[in-house]
Write a protein that binds this ligand. Structure first.
Ligand code: FAD
Length: 481
């Protein structure tokens, strides 16, 4: 078999494997190199297994409120941590196997091992690295491995890994990253979560539902700092009602380790330091791109703050070399990685009218309880840009479906450009908003105006009706409030 390809992709996360499929669909001879696990972080240690854990948490939350639905649970609902984790790992393993199937179906060669660039169009593949925690599925026999491979185009899709703060480095025992938090072998009684981005808040929400005493420490004034302040304030109140403790404008400055516990020194902005002792600390202070040991420096590939610099089509500073996904910078989200990869390979194939990545239209979702979802500008950002805006709001407590579901706490906020009527931002908190947001993503992509949204018929009774009411509210025409 020839070692020469049209396209080689390094890394088989959602960015890499989706790009490989699209590349093969476009008739390009394609290979993907993977050193650990098909599906990358997303399928094995990120998006998917966390959602499986959060589903267990959701069922637990519902069970705890069974009485209010006229239902009595005989006996108490308890979580068996081993089984909760086993289900989550099983979900990952199933999808991981699915990627192997997709590679085969699309005739994408899988090259197992760690890739290093020797030229812009050549890689050397070494041995597999030791899996971070454990492999998902056995590596299929008879696939390609160590050797030298060439391609007309090489796409780096090597993803990211947890960032560590100096002095508070994760040790896998007392200080966890998402790897350990994803598969605890016991249920801690108490946890400190350092960082309240999507990853930190999802774990905080999961562990709280499992009855753990959770304290979140966040440096910024608001949790989920990228979200609209009104939404994150709303979410914070709901999380606190569920018993989560949240300390903002504070940092964990030091961690003392005991035999089986940690003591976090929490410093607030006024310089006061308090101590919180807990069973474990989850470090969720962001991720950093996997740019090391790839041969990027020798080739003169431009990087910035730990990520590869690219244009709107994934091109790096070196001709023939591309980057997509987490390694190519924020927002570090699976759907961004996938879309970036598809754009990149369609441009390589010479397709006409390939649109460059528009980061303003990438939705973001956090699957805590209550869920948070958004797309486009926050109110603060729109104002900072000097835009004249109209803002609409609608609360879940006036929506029939939300009340029937017993999920009447939430809010939908829409932001329009006052002059043009263009929808420039949508922000949500409450049940199922991670599913609802896509309606506004489509609308924004089609450059929809308020008029078109107001003339759209939404089914009744649904949570989605609140999307229309929020739009109507922005124009003083709200109906059910
Ligand atoms: C706990 C958690 C929850 C998350 N939840 C969500 C969510 O709900 N929604 C969402 O959109 N995003 C979520 N994310 C983020 C999401 O996982 C990433 O954005 C996504 O995985 C990025 O995809 P990628 O293809 O760029 O890289 P990755 O998924 O990181 O894949 C990169 C792959 O490259 C391989 N690799 C690296 N270097 C080499 C090399 N030299 N040779 C060969 N192979 C190599 C790695 O082994 C890995 O398999 C979550 C992340 C975490 C950690």
């Amino acid at each position: 078999m020839s070692n020469a390809y049209d396209v080689i992709i390094i890394g088989s996360g959602p960015g890499g494997y989706v790009t490989a499929i699209r590349s093969a669909q476009l008739g390009l001879k394609t290979a993907i190199v993977e050193r650990e696990h098909l599906g990358g972080i997303c399928l094995n240690w990120g998006c998917i297994p966390t959602k499986a854990l959060l589903r267990s948490a959701e069922i637990m939350d519902h069970a705890n409120h069974a009485k209010s639905f006229g239902l009595t649970l005989n006996g108490t609902m308890t979580a068996d941590v081993k089984d909760v984790v086993a289900r989550s790992r099983g979900v990952s393993a199933r999808l991981n196997g699915g990627v192997a199937f997709l590679m085969k179906k699309n005739k994408v060669d899988v090259i197992w091992g760690e890739a290093k660039l020797t030229k812009a169009n050549e890689i050397v593949v070494g041995k597999m690295t030791k899996p971070v925690v454990e492999p998902q599925n056995p590596i299929p026999k008879g696939v390609l491995g160590e050797g030298t491979y060439t391609a007309k185009h090489i796409i780096v899709a090597t993803g990211a890994r947890p960032r560590a703060l100096p002095g508070i480095e994760p040790d896998g025992k007392l200080i966890w990253t998402y790897f350990e938090a994803m598969k605890p072998d016991f249920m801690p009684k108490s946890i400190v979560v350092m960082g309240s981005g999507a990853i930190g808040i999802e774990f905080a929400s999961f562990y709280r539902s499992m009855g753990v005493d959770v304290t979140v420490v966040e440096l910024m004034p608001n949790i989920m700092p990228v979200e609209d302040v009104e939404i994150s304030t709303f979410a914070r109140k709901q999380l606190e009602k569920r018993g989560l403790k949240i300390i903002t404008e504070a940092k964990v400055s030091k961690v003392d380790k005991g035999a089986n516990s940690i003591t976090a020194h929490v410093e607030t902005k006024d310089g006061k330091v308090s101590q919180i002792t807990a069973d474990r600390l989850i470090s969720a202070v962001g991720v950093q791109g996997n740019i090391e040991n790839l041969g990027l420096e020798a080739l003169g590939v431009k990087t910035d703050r730990g990520c590869i610099v690219i244009d709107g089509y994934g091109k790096t500073s070196v001709p023939g070399l591309y980057a997509i996904g987490d390694v190519a910078g924020p927002p570090m989200l699976a759907h961004k990685a996938e879309h970036e990869g598809v754009i990149c390979v369609e441009k390589i194939a010479g397709l006409p009218n390939v649109h460059p990545m528009d980061k303003a239209k990438i939705p973001g979702c956090t699957y805590c309880n209550p869920q948070v979802a958004s797309v486009g500008m926050t109110e603060a950002k729109a104002k900072a840009e000097g835009r004249e805006i109209r803002v609409g709001r609608y609360n879940f407590n006036a929506n029939g479906k939300a009340i029937a579901l017993g999920e009447d706490q939430g809010m939908i906020k829409t932001i329009f450009d006052k002059k043009t009527g263009e929808l420039i931002g949508a922000h949500m908190v409450g049940a199922e908003v991670t599913e609802l947001i896509q309606g506004f993503v489509v609308a924004m992509n089609l450059e929809t105006t308020e008029e078109e949204l107001m003339h759209t018929i939404f089914p009744h009774p649904t949570l989605s009706e609140m999307m229309k009411e929020s739009v109507l509210d922005a124009y003083g025409r709200v109906l059910n409030a």
